[in-house]
Write a protein that binds this ligand. Structure first.
Ligand SMILES: [Zn+2]
Length: 196
């Protein structure tokens, strides 16, 4: 008991600033200057997933925060769709996650209910190719971005090999169900609670 007390005192003396790790607004975003640090970063312990920024002077999701978000996504997707975690990782193999703080617009898009929208549509994320998504960085945390949403497009795209179901719950393309939409909400809530 006395030893424990001693240890606690020593810990407090050694780590007086440890509280600093738990401040409420943990940032999962870093400022990027590609003349100083590489704009292309491999996400550790994933099957070849990389993260890049759209511009040299931009922002990027921090590598370990991205890894945590991917771990949470894979675990929950695997449980929800009764697929092994290894298979889910397989569907994300060699994915390029392009991120930027600079918003984008497209000429046409579908909303979540499958309604076709024409004109200059602001988007917060895009599944550009089977191996390439673009995600806007909106705040200092990943939960507020469309990362999880775009990952779902990629899995559907690689499952049917033809499209990522651009109209979501709409009837024109198949793949996306209400279950996918609910899972995205659930995962983003977990990320929010974990301050990722
Ligand atoms: Zn979408």
């Amino acid at each position: 008991m006395r030893f424990l007390k001693f240890l606690i005192i020593v810990s407090i003396l050694l780590f007086p600033g440890i509280k600093g790790c738990y401040h409420p607004n943990h940032s999962s975003v870093i400022k990027l200057d590609c003349t100083k640090i590489s704009a292309v970063n491999k996400i550790p312990e994933t099957p070849g997933i990389i993260i890049i920024s759209s511009s040299c002077s931009d922002y990027q999701f921090e590598k370990s925060a991205t890894k945590s978000a991917l771990d949470i996504f894979v675990e929950n997707y695997s449980n929800e769709f009764e697929m092994s975690e290894l298979s889910v990782w397989g569907f994300l193999r060699d994915l390029k996650i392009e991120v930027s703080a600079i918003p984008r617009t497209v000429h046409a898009a579908y909303d979540l209910n499958g309604k076709f929208l024409n004109g200059k549509i602001p988007v917060s994320g895009l599944a550009l190719r089977k191996d390439w998504i673009w995600v806007e960085i909106k705040t200092s945390q990943i939960w507020s971005s469309s990362l999880v949403h775009e990952l779902v497009h990629i899995i559907i795209w690689r499952q049917n090999n033809v499209h990522g179901d651009p109209d979501h719950e709409g009837k024109e393309f198949s793949g996306w169900t209400k279950k996918h939409t609910q899972l995205i909400e659930k995962i983003n809530k977990i990320l929010l609670d974990a301050e990722i």
